[in-house]
Design a protein around this ligand. Structure first.
Ligand code: FAD
Length: 496
């Protein structure tokens, strides 16, 4: 059997590695010169910066990612470092800092100390998070079976889920402070995404020492060791379909790639125009086009002078005011940004070598320059970007006084940069938006009407390290039509 995969993002590479582990020859086609998509890193001024993923979870002994990576034989190659806190939340207006600890009990104890009147509610909230997280069967390496049997809480709005358990508005805001990690919109973002992310990062928050690109490289090596290929600068432009089967895919240079199965890890709206004939119905295409994307991203990268900023060992969430906790993804342009997530790279002797400041941003903000190309977007765009960078720095400075003086180099990437990096229509940081008010319309199945074409990646189910690898397992099991990948992972765990 041969499988062709479009896109060497986390989804495409996990699919490729899982197939390679089963002895299947895989060809992964990537449009960029470097692999990884949201795992991609780049080097500037000697620093390795991450484009997408900064925080991870599940790499601890017994954790889901640890199990998958041990099965693939790459766990020892990854330099994973555990964060000492799940998250530090700093409010610019009040000057207050809350250090949310890693570990379920420590999390409950810390918050119970601050909010003693909510002690029992906090315990019940955390119990609910972990109980409901078990409904995502693959996350615990359980067979999908009857995965459709979800509790009502699973699909309720994330903000309503928090409010169901705790009454204190300050505490509600604190528990919701992870919402930028899923582009949270109150009343719309489903509780299960909040739950999965909270469970993952509460249990074992961690980061990649040296950048997330190492995960992409490790997965690539599994594919190549089994005789497969990961080809870069290979932009797929057409998918030829005959009799509801893909015959081949072709890249921009006209090269053709054939396989028994084809997996698309790219945004479905990028795939649709490549498919010839009437393989996808108008209804399907319209549905995909009508699903909104999650918010995009604006990032400020700050190279730090040696010895200027201590490496904190955890991410820091900076929020202008507690009442704006849910206004990161949807905001008034003039008030942007209400918050930023700050990630640090460890330098020498306990100092940070750089800091990445990540704010959600609406793609509409860059719409007037959408037809321009990188490096040639014009003066008005450069002025806009400078002004937005200033706004981010002004917010960050309130919580990190002296950060400008500590900086050696400051530069930024906008939603247009992300669109061009990942090849998506509106640069949604986490793919298509899942709306609990209309789940049926938000979820795209792995199987398509084209018999040998499957979808994978963050647009299909959940984004990030807590979602994309699990969807990859589901995608591969669709090919084998059994639980053999899951069972293989369990066997490896049982042996060690
Ligand atoms: C700013 C930001 C911060 C994030 N932070 C975190 C975090 O801290 N923790 C976390 O778990 N997750 C985080 N995420 C989410 C995570 O990075 C993504 O969910 C994940 O990387 C998506 O993987 P994917 O394979 O689905 O898609 P992608 O990473 O988008 O991969 C798709 C790949 O396909 C390629 N491609 C596109 N079109 C074509 C074509 N025509 N031909 C060939 N190749 C093509 C792209 O170049 C890309 O490499 C973040 C995302 C962003 C944007």
């Amino acid at each position: 059997m041969e499988v062709v995969i479009i896109g060497a993002g986390m989804g495409g590479l996990f699919c490729g590695a899982l197939l390679a582990k089963r002895g299947i020859r895989v060809t992964v086609l990537e449009k960029n010169s470097s692999i990884g998509g949201g795992l991609q890193t780049f080097v500037r001024g000697g620093e390795t910066y991450e484009t997408g993923m900064h925080v991870a979870g599940g790499f601890n002994e017994g954790g889901i990612l640890n199990s998958i990576c041990r099965y693939l034989g790459i766990m020892d190659r990854l330099r994973i470092r555990r964060s000492d806190l799940m998250l530090s939340v700093r409010y610019a207006d009040s000057g207050r800092t809350y250090n949310l600890p890693a570990g379920r009990d420590a999390f409950v104890d810390y918050l119970s100390g601050l909010f003693p009147h909510e002690k029992e509610n906090i315990r019940q909230y955390v119990d609910a998070v972990f109980r409901i997280s078990h409904e995502e069967k693959l996350f615990y390496l359980e067979s999908l079976g009857s995965n459709d049997n979800h509790s009502p809480e699973f699909f309720m709005p994330a903000d309503a889920f928090i409010a169901k358990y705790v009454k204190d508005t300050e505490l509600r805001a604190l528990l919701a402070s992870v919402n930028p990690l899923y582009s949270g919109i109150p009343g719309h973002s489903p509780a299960y995404i909040h739950i999965m992310i909270s469970a993952l990062f509460m249990e074992n928050p961690c980061w990649f020492d040296g950048g997330s690109g190492q995960l992409a490289e490790a997965l690539k090596s599994v594919i190549e060791d089994a005789g497969g290929r990961v080809l870069t600068r290979c932009e797929v432009t057409s998918v030829r379909v005959s009799d509801m089967n893909v015959e081949c895919v072709a890249d921009k240079a006209g090269n053709e790639y054939r396989g028994d199965w084809y997996i698309s890890d790219i945004h479905p709206s990028s795939l649709i125009p490549m498919i010839d004939g009437k393989a996808f119905t108008t209804g399907y295409c319209n549905r995909i086009e009508s699903i909104p994307d999650t918010a995009s991203a604006f990032k400020v990268f700050i190279k730090l002078k040696p010895g200027a900023v201590r490496f904190p060992g955890h991410p820091v969430s900076v929020i202008d005011s507690m009442e704006n906790t849910w206004k990161m993804a949807r905001y008034e342009t003039g008030a942007w940004p209400h918050g930023a997530n700050c990630f640090f790279a460890e330098g020498r002797d306990g100092w940070a070598s750089h800091m990445t400041v990540y704010c959600l941003m609406d793609f509409e903000e860059v719409k007037e320059w959408e037809s321009t190309r990188s490096g040639r977007r014009g003066e008005s765009y450069e002025a806009w970007k400078k002004e937005r960078t200033e706004r981010v720095m002004a917010l960050v400075e309130k919580c990190f006084p002296g950060i400008r003086e500590a900086a050696d180099d400051i530069f930024a990437s906008s939603p247009l940069t992300f669109r061009d990096w990942f090849g998506t229509r509106r640069a949604g940081a986490y793919g298509l938006f899942k709306d609990c008010g209309n789940m049926a319309a938000s979820i795209i199945p792995i199987k398509t009407k084209v018999r040998n074409l499957l979808l994978t990646g963050q647009n299909v189910n959940m984004h990030g390290i807590g979602g994309v690898p699990m969807t990859a397992i589901e995608t591969i099991q669709t090919i084998f039509a059994d639980d053999s990948v899951l069972n293989g992972i369990k066997e490896v765990i049982a042996r060690k």
